[in-house]
Design a protein around this ligand. Structure first.
Ligand SMILES: O=C(/C=C/c1ccc(O)cc1)O[C@@H]1O[C@H](CO)[C@@H](O)[C@H](O)[C@H]1O
Length: 452
């Protein structure tokens, strides 16, 4: 059972979409929409209820085996995320999970089991989903389990916001690198797959056209994707992080640097949001609890004008041109390594009684996806090695702290009957991927194709 104190609608994820029992129906739906790949995440404790300190749960293996086999049978590639925020309770209780270097051993044990069990059929592995967001929410602002933080970043029973996020990240990075070593040494030749990571990445624009804010943008960027990607390419953290965090940022030994270098086959990015940032080194600011550690302050408006069209989610605006900018940024920084948009999507807000009729008519979601794809195409024209795009999400889901109130699905889910109904966006997307629908730019706005 789950403690319910943090979930907005008092709900929990015990049943959620019940994909566990309805996966055949869901695969049928993916197939009829014409999807050619499905990104899903494994539950660590479903496979290893006590981590490496206990046995394998055969029902867990059987479920994922059947899911994978049925996807492949329908011509849908499984894109498998090994860890998506959840950790077996045993590991939290034994040594505080990611705060302990022991956890590197736990993760490689789990990942290797996945390669052994599923690697004959899975060709695309993602070690971690949004580890950067996970450690900031778990240890900087304390909103997600294990709810650690300290002032001024939040009020928590325990924690240290100045050190713990970076310690957890350090252990995750080393766990990733060791996992990739294991895959490359023992599985890749035979199984022929590749291993990447999915990073949460916003796009930032300077609030004011002054040098300090341009530097603030590059600092905010460094503290987000390069925090994890620089070590896995070059063997160390971005210099901005070292400058600001000093000895609070752990150091890699020479051996660890060598271990880390060149440890991703592709970059996955989850992208939803664009914000302005302003400098907080030379200007007084209220530091916020996500970007504050980079000594910047974020906002969605400049002189009272929002950065894009508002969405139903507070603080989230539609800025499709950011898609091109972030792909070009990553292409330049990381030698045009293969790239996937592992998540991009649009949320509606509803409560448990909002009717399907109100929600299936989601023309805003169609515009959103079409316009973001338009700018992804611009990045491809500039030579970016874009290999794929995943909409978040196929179905409305249990949306973490927002419970069932925030709805990302191409398909509506009635959380009483669990019935799935394709929204207009599902129909549009299906036509688009089948080649019957063009992505035309919606507005004048989108013609302002960004120069690189
Ligand atoms: O990107 C996020 C979450 C960001 C956030 C949360 C809470 C805040 O207060 C601010 C940001 O998760 C990704 O985006 C999706 C849609 O959210 C989630 O459902 C996915 O599980 C996750 O990979």
């Amino acid at each position: 059972m789950v403690t319910q104190r943090n979930i907005m609608d008092g709900s929990n994820g015990d049943v959620a979409d019940d994909h566990y029992h309805r996966y055949l129906e869901d695969i049928e739906m993916m197939h009829s929409l014409g999807l050619d790949s499905y990104r899903f995440s494994l539950s660590w404790s479903r496979i290893l209820p006590k981590g490496r300190f206990g046995g394998v749960n055969p029902a867990g293996i059987k479920f994922y085996d059947s899911l994978i086999n049925n996807l492949i049978q329908k011509g849908i590639q499984p894109f498998v995320t090994i860890n998506h925020f959840d950790v077996p309770k045993e590991l939290e209780e034994r040594y505080g999970s990611w705060l302990s270097p022991e956890m590197q051993e736990d993760f490689t044990y789990f990942a290797e089991l996945c390669f052994k069990m599923f690697g004959d059929r899975v060709k695309h592995w993602i070690t971690f989903n949004e580890p950067n967001l996970m450690v900031k929410f778990g240890y900087l602002n304390g909103k997600y389990p294990p709810n650690h933080c300290s002032k001024p970043f939040g009020k928590c029973a325990s924690g240290n916001s100045s050190t713990e996020p970076y310690i957890a990240a350090h252990n995750i990075l080393l766990a990733h690198a060791k996992t990739v070593n294991i895959y490359r040494n023992n599985y890749q030749a035979k199984q022929g797959g590749s291993v990447g990571i999915a990073i949460y990445m916003r796009w930032y624009e300077p609030l004011r056209n002054i040098t300090e804010d341009h530097i603030a943008v590059s600092r905010a960027q460094s503290f987000e994707a390069p925090w994890f990607l620089d070590p896995l390419f070059f063997g160390d953290y971005p210099h901005h992080m070292r400058q600001i965090l000093g000895s609070n940022l752990p150091k890699f030994t020479e051996g660890e640097t060598q271990l880390l270098k060149n440890k991703i086959d592709f970059i996955g990015i989850n992208h939803y949001k664009t914000l302005y940032v302003k400098d907080c080194i030379f200007s007084p600011c209220d530091l916020d609890t996500y970007t504050g550690d980079a000594l910047v302050s974020e906002s969605a408006e400049r002189n009272g004008i929002p950065i894009g069209k508002p969405t139903p989610v507070a603080g989230t605006y539609v800025v499709p041109s950011s898609m091109e900018k972030l792909v070009v940024y990553l292409k330049q920084r990381y030698q045009n390594i293969p790239f996937y948009v592992t998540e991009n999507g649009y949320a509606q807000i509803g409560n448990i009684s909002t009717t399907a009729d109100e929600l299936v008519n989601d023309t805003e979601r169609i515009s959103y996806i079409r316009d973001y794809l338009t700018y992804l195409r611009f990045a491809i024209r500039k030579g970016a090695d874009v290999r794929g795009y995943f909409v978040w999400s196929l179905v409305d889901n249990f949306e973490w702290l927002n419970g069932y109130t925030m709805k990302y699905g191409l398909c509506h889910v009635d959380f009483k009957s669990l019935k799935r109904t394709p929204k207009l966006s599902a129909k549009w997307y299906s036509k688009f991927i089948k080649g019957y629908e063009q992505i035309e730019m919606a507005s004048e706005e989108s013609h302002k194709h960004v120069a690189s």
